[in-house]
Design a protein around this ligand. Structure first.
Ligand SMILES: [Cu+2]
Length: 503
């Protein structure tokens, strides 16, 4: 198979050109950062994040197949074929894509807490990649980070015991310097983890009927149907922003549902775009963040999601029969998904008053404090603690079982009152954290940051305080990663490594 090339319009920028773009980008960042929380998280240069308006939703939403694996010798096996293909996103145009067991994105993986599983990834691409379980609590060598490379024509298996609470995770490549392109081409999918508690809840849980995976991405198409991806300095600095929204790979999607409770599992699988989601016209009840349920459902006006963040939201459609509602992005003003309430309720579901019990936050047990500064120090120089990612370097060594405070700051570039820069976020592998404070204030912690989290958004100049404990797998040789999940930033080196070691 030949290796497909993306369209690169600006291959070589002169030093002067790059600096000019860089300066313009910085100013764009200022103008993009309008307003206060939670709506003021503009991602970049004005114009670069414009979404085309869609008012005619004519494609049924694709629901990724759900795979439950196959028991072989006491281990539940899931088999995947990472492949090249074509997808007709736009009628009459074939877009070259990557996909998993299909031509774009992959199946939803259903896991159960306590089970021994083996996720078997066969790479049939013409290039090497990796497959990371985002949000999964697994040994470092099973993480699928930058070190677990799957060469073309070979298979890699992530084998582990599912060891965490019910939640919505996902999987995507994590190849050094190539993650943005591999995700853009279509590699990724959802992971639903069940536990006894979640299975016993009366929540909506009929997959694809009232429990809906929503993988939200933005893409731009060339006239021949191929994805446009200009990896120039502007894209590196601000991240890729497409002009067309895809939900589960569907352009202009509609979904037909019962007049019943509807559970939406929202995943921002975009390279860089930040959304502010709401189902307009009904109450949005937030039930879960990245790695757990919230203890209790909470009503929210909207939910801001930076790349890789997830939430679960339940909306009550029992009194809106024969109506159309919209999932909207209040940041861009775009409609994302048309929800047609045109079926009678077949089951009775409910949101329990107590969803789960989270570990009590006790800061007196904190043994260590670490600081992480995400900073831009020149064109394409996106650093954490003034370092660019080096896969041979371990940046932090963490003692197993110890509570730590991680203070993570998005350092602005400006002087005085002028705060210039760009939105970042911070993702930690191997476990979850609690968001204790934003800019030193508990009250600024957002509703969807009150459950277990693995990714947290950082506006320009913002600082988050995270409570971290790695209780899992000791391995002083094989590191996990932490990084900005704006994929162009990650690929530019805004990433570091840590090990979890014997106390
Ligand atoms: Cu970033």
């Amino acid at each position: 198979m030949t290796r497909r090339k993306f369209l690169y319009y600006a291959a070589g920028l002169s030093a002067v050109g790059a600096t000019a773009l860089y300066a313009r980008g910085m100013m764009g960042g200022v103008m993009g950062e309008r307003g206060m929380e939670p709506s003021g998280m503009g991602a970049g240069m004005m114009g670069s994040n414009t979404l085309g308006a869609v008012n005619n939703f004519f494609n049924p939403l694709h629901i990724p197949p759900e795979i439950k694996g196959e028991l072989r010798g006491g281990v539940r096996h899931y088999d995947f074929d990472i492949q090249e293909g074509y997808r007709e996103f736009i009628r009459g145009l074939n877009t070259p894509t990557y996909g998993i067991n299909g031509n774009y994105l992959g199946p939803t993986i259903r896991l159960k807490q306590g089970e021994e599983v083996s996720l078997n990834w066969q790479n049939n691409l013409g290039e090497a990649t990796t497959m990371h379980g985002h949000g999964m609590h697994v040994p470092a060598i099973m993480d699928g980070g930058v070190h677990q490379i799957i060469e073309p024509g070979t298979k890699w298996s992530a084998r582990y015991k599912v060891n965490q609470k019910a939640c919505t995770n996902w999987y995507h490549p994590h190849m050094m310097g190539k993650t943005a392109e591999h995700v853009l081409m279509g590699l990724g999918g959802m992971i639903f983890i069940d536990d006894d508690e979640s299975l016993n809840h009366p929540l909506p849980k009929r997959y694809g009927v009232d429990d809906i995976p929503l993988v939200i991405q933005d893409r731009s198409f060339a006239s021949d149907g191929s994805f446009i991806y200009n990896k120039n300095m502007m894209t590196v600095m601000h991240g890729y922003h497409g002009d067309t929204l895809l939900v589960n790979g569907t352009v202009a999607p509609y979904l037909e549902v019962e007049a019943n409770l509807l559970r939406l599992r929202l995943l921002n699988a975009s390279n860089a775009r930040v959304y502010n989601f709401a189902v307009a016209g009904v109450k949005n009840r937030l039930i879960a963040s990245d790695n757990s349920f919230l203890e209790r459902a909470e009503s929210v006006g909207s939910v801001v999601l930076s790349p890789a963040e997830r939430v679960e939201v339940v909306v009550d459609l029992r009194r809106v029969f024969a109506k159309k509602l919209y999932l909207v992005d209040r940041e861009s003003g775009a409609k994302v998904l048309e929800i047609r309430v045109n079926k009678r309720a077949q089951v009775r579901s409910a949101i329990p008053s107590k969803l789960t019990t989270l570990e009590t936050i006790n800061l007196r047990k904190v043994a260590k404090k670490r600081r992480f500064v995400l900073e831009t120090r020149g064109p394409g120089r996106l650093l954490i603690n003034r370092k660019r990612m080096d896969p041979k370097r371990v940046d932090e060594r963490i003692k197993v079982g110890e509570y730590e405070i991680w203070e993570v700051k998005n350092a602005p570039m400006g002087m005085g009152m002028m705060k210039m820069g760009m939105t970042h976020n911070f993702h930690m592998h191997a476990g979850h954290f609690r968001v204790i404070a934003r800019d030193g204030s508990k009250r600024k912690v957002l509703p969807w940051e009150r459950g277990y989290k693995d990714t947290v958004r950082l506006g320009v100049g913002e600082r988050v305080t995270l409570l971290v404990k790695h209780s899992g797998y000791i391995d002083s040789q094989n590191p996990y990663m932490y990084h900005c999940h704006i994929l162009e930033h990650e690929d530019a080196g805004m990433m570091g490594q840590f090990t979890v070691e014997d106390a």
